[in-house]
Design a protein around this ligand. Structure first.
Ligand code: SD4
Length: 302
C-alpha cells in the first residue's frame, strides 16, 4: 500500500486538481479538505465547459450544477440542478456537514447555499451563452432520444470534462468528489450520474473508490460506481472492475451505445488505480509517490 496521499482524477485537467489536493493535504488539510480544494480548480476554470462557472447551460440557457462529496464513514453530501452558486462541491460539503440530509436539489439547494454564506452570481459566461445561442439556431428544441443531439451536442462523444476525484490518505482512509455542469443543452431539471451516490461516485472503507464520466444516463442506469466498487470487493483489480462495468453497459445497451462515451476510474484499498472506457480518448491523472501527477490514457472497449 502506498504511504503517501494518492489522488486520481478524470481527464487531463485532473492533474491540476490533483496538485491542489496534494498541496491542501500537505498543509495540514483533511482528505475531504484536499478533495474540495482539488474539485474547485476545474469549477473555477472558465475554459472548462462541463464544470462550474463557464459550464454550458441547459436548453433554456440556465447553468445548473451537480456535485457530490463522500468519505468512507458514510458521510455524504450532494447537490443537483443548482443555479447561481459557483462552487457546488463546497455546497455539497455543507450539506454533508451541516444538515441531516444527503442530497438537496434545485432551488432548495440554492436557498440552502445562500443561507450558509455562499453568494449568488451569474454562471453563464458570454462564451457559453454564445455557444448556446448557436445551438438554439441549428438544433431542434425538442431533444430526440438517442439522437446525436441528445447525446453529443457539442461535436462528438469525447467532449466531456466532468471531474471525478478519488483519493486514499496514507492511513488508508478513502474519499471522493465529483462535480459537473452535466450535459450541454440538457432538458431543464436533468440530473446525470455525477451527484448520485453509486452512479457518479462511490467509496467504501477497506475496499476502494470509483468515479465516472461520460454520458451520465448510461452510468445511472446500472448504478455504475457501486458496481465497480462491488467488483473491487470481490477481488478484481481496479482496471478489471472498470472494464466489467463497461462490458455490462455494452451488453445491456447494444447499438444504443454507438458513439457514446463512458469512462470509469477506480482505486483499490491500497491506492492502486485503474480505468476503462467505452471509447478511446478517456484519460486520467494519478499522483505518484512524489505527489506529482501523470496523465495516462485509459484502455477502452472499442
Ligand atoms: C453527466 N457524467 O452529467 C456527466 C457528464 C460528464 O464529462 O461526465 N462529462 O452526465
Amino acid at each position: 500500500a502506498t504511504s503517501t496521499l494518492r489522488v486520481a482524477s478524470t481527464w487531463d485537467f485532473g492533474a491540476a486538481a490533483n496538485d491542489a489536493a496534494v498541496a491542501r493535504f500537505r498543509s495540514g488539510g483533511s482528505l475531504i479538505d484536499a478533495l474540495e480544494a482539488g474539485a474547485k480548480v476545474p469549477e473555477a476554470d472558465l475554459t472548462n465547459h462541463s464544470v462550474g462557472k463557464g459550464g454550458y447551460p441547459d436548453r433554456d440557457g440556465r447553468v445548473t450544477l451537480d456535485a457530490v462529496i463522500m468519505d468512507d464513514k458514510g458521510h455524504v453530501g450532494a447537490v443537483a440542478a443548482m443555479e447561481d452558486i459557483a462552487h457546488p462541491i463546497s455546497v455539497a460539503r455543507a450539506v454533508m456537514e451541516r444538515t441531516p440530509h444527503t442530497f438537496l436539489v434545485g432551488d432548495g439547494a440554492r436557498q440552502f447555499a445562500l443561507a450558509n454564506g455562499f453568494t449568488a452570481e451569474k454562471l453563464l459566461t458570454p462564451e457559453a451563452e454564445a455557444e448556446w445561442r448557436k445551438w438554439l439556431k441549428t438544433s431542434k428544441y425538442q431533444p430526440v432520444a438517442n439522437s446525436e443531439n441528445a447525446r453529443a451536442p457539442l461535436g462528438g462523444p469525447l467532449d466531456h470534462d466532468t471531474i471525478g476525484m478519488i483519493a486514499r490518505a496514507p492511513n488508508g482512509e478513502l474519499a471522493g468528489a465529483c462535480t459537473t455542469s452535466g450535459m450541454a443543452f440538457k432538458l431543464h431539471g436533468r440530473v446525470g450520474d455525477s451527484p448520485q451516490v453509486g452512479s457518479g461516485l462511490f467509496v467504501e472503507a477497506g475496499v476502494g473508490a470509483a468515479t465516472a464520466t461520460g454520458l451520465g444516463e448510461e452510468v445511472t442506469r446500472i448504478a455504475g460506481t457501486a458496481r465497480v466498487v462491488s467488483s473491487l470487493r470481490a477481488g478484481m483489480t481496479p482496471m478489471n472492475a472498470c472494464r466489467e462495468a463497461v462490458e455490462h453497459i455494452a451488453r445491456l445497451r447494444g447499438s444504443a451505445l454507438d458513439g457514446v462515451q463512458v469512462g470509469f476510474l477506480a482505486m483499490d484499498r491500497n491506492g492502486q488505480v485503474g480505468a476503462f472506457a467505452i471509447l478511446p480518448g478517456f484519460t486520467y491523472a494519478v499522483t505518484g509517490d512524489d505527489g506529482r501527477s501523470t496523465v495516462l490514457p485509459s484502455a477502452s472497449l472499442r
